[in-house]
Each structure stands twice: as C-alpha cells, then as structure tokens.
Design a protein around this ligand. Sequence first.
Ligand SMILES: Cc1ncc(COP(=O)(O)O)c(C=O)c1O
Length: 322
Amino acid sequence: MRFTIGFDLDDRARVHRYWDEIFDTQQWTESKFTALFEERWASWNGLPSLAFSSWSGAAQAALEYYKVQGKTVLCPSNTFMATPLSVVKAGARLEFVDCNREDLCLSFEDLKRKADKFRPAAVWVVHIGGHIAFEIEEITRFCKERGIVLLEDCAHAHGASWNGRKPGTWGAAGVYSFYATKTITLGEGGILATADPGLLEYAKRSRNYGKPDYVVPGQNQRITEFGAALGVVQVDRLPDIVAWKKAYAEKHLDPRYPNRVKFPAGMVSGYYKYIVFDPIEKSTGKVYDQPCHRIMGRDDALPVSDWVAKNHWCVPLYYKGE
Ligand SMILES: Cc1ncc(COP(=O)(O)O)c(C=O)c1O
C-alpha cells in the first residue's frame, strides 16, 4: 500500500467551491471558514476549539497560560521532538517519563515515581499511534489529586474515542496537528480544544500578537481561510476515513499480525499508525526511530522507551490506499 494523503478526492469539488468563495469575498484570513472549522471541530471533539497554523502555536499558548516557566514539566520520551521542545521553549525544566509496551504511551507507574521526584507543574500525555493512552483515567485522577495540569498531545488522535469520549477531554486541553501525514490534514495546521474559558481567551490573543489589548505577548499563529475551508471538509470526512481504516485493519491486517498493539474494550483508534512488534517487510518504518531523551543526548534510564524504539514497526495503512 502506497502513502496517500488523508483526503477523499470526492471532496475536491467542495473544496474548490469554498476556495472560489474566498476569492470572491477577498477574505483570505480571519473570516468565515476559520470560525466554521473551529465550530465543526468543536462539535466533533465536544470542546470549544481554536485553530492555529501548527500544533506548536497551540501548545505554546497552553504552556504559557498555565505558567510553567521555571517549573518542571513531565513528558514522555517516546514522542516527536515537538512535545519536549514545547517544554524547553516555554522556559520550563524538562523531565522524561517512560512508556508502556502495550500502548507505547505514558507509563502511570513511572509518572507516579517522577511526580514524587520532580514535583511537576504540568504533564504531557501523548496518544501515540492514534489510540488513546490506555492509562488516561488513572493519569487524569492522579494529576487532579496532585494539582498537576494535564495536557494531551493529540497530534495522532483524530477520530479516536474511548467509550465515546474524545481525546483532549481528560486533560486541561488537547492539541492536534494537521501536518500532511496526519489522519486528516490541511497541509499544515493545529487546533487547541479546551473547556477552560481562560485558556481559550489567552490562546486567541496568543495566536494574534496579543490583539486587542496586547497584554499577551503573542505572535502570528493564525490559519489561512484556504486551510480552514479544507479543514471544514476534512472534519466532515473524518468519520469515513477512520471507518475505512478500521474496516481495512480488522479484515486484512489483524489476522496477519497477532503481535500488535491491541485495544481495550470500547477503544476506537483513529489508526494514524498500525503498530506491530515483529519486524516486517515493507514497513513504513517506526512511529519514532529514537526516543527523545536519546536525541537530546540525555542519559535518563527509560528502558521501555528504548525497547519500544527497537521493537515496533508500522504496517502501511492509508485511506483508500492500494
Ligand atoms: C506527537 C506529535 N506532537 C506534535 C507534533 C507537531 O505538530 P506540527 O507539525 O503541526 O507542529 C507532531 C507532528 O508533527 C507529533 O507527531
């Protein structure tokens, strides 16, 4: 199966219609489609949502709003460098937490150890591969008890749910990426989903140079109307994309790959990746080849993150791919 963008070619005409409207109205930014995309995403996610030009702009707004500067933020090492770098950029002290073999996500056991040791102000949980971290309930309860801000990196988790509950609804906020390889994409883009009205207001100013009062030291992280229009179409198509990948995985891949990530009852993965624990021919490679603590030249002991990097592979699974 060859890589195909998560986009249905049947949607081309609708995208073109929207783009023509943008040409006609001359509103290329900060207009109808940005608001519509946010509305549609909010309705899928069940949370007020704010569109950004990337994941990192939204993550930065959240870390700033929760005032992590000078404090410790815990982060899994089995993730993309964007997650730990957001902590570094926020001026916080970064400490890594190990992951589990079963879900490749943050280990609750190691989180408890690291929370005792480092007294963090915030924790990133990353829903690796498209499913929701299997220990999200325990992690959420623990963070609430300790007064730790929990942030969800949902960059892989479009279309996922667990007993109907969507990513981003456990923590204080969920941050999604719409980079070109993601389950749905706008080429580039991000979204912040949060029930915290204070964060929402802060983030609005943060993505737009602090307008209107310039109290928030924001920069430009706005999305274009062209991207947002594509986003409207993509959100509507998301259920089809996930249903197609799920049906394909269950029919063609599950019988072939018994040694794979197996989901608990009630979990629907968005199938960003299909992860197995045996080397395979024609793998698309790994979710991540190296854990972040290795890339950053640190010598933390994170044995499961090292194990996962060495022992998982991804089977090609692309929407309507052949
Ligand atoms: C886990 C994770 N977090 C964050 C990001 C960053 O997203 P963006 O490229 O939209 O800034 C990505 C991927 O690109 C990712 O995979």
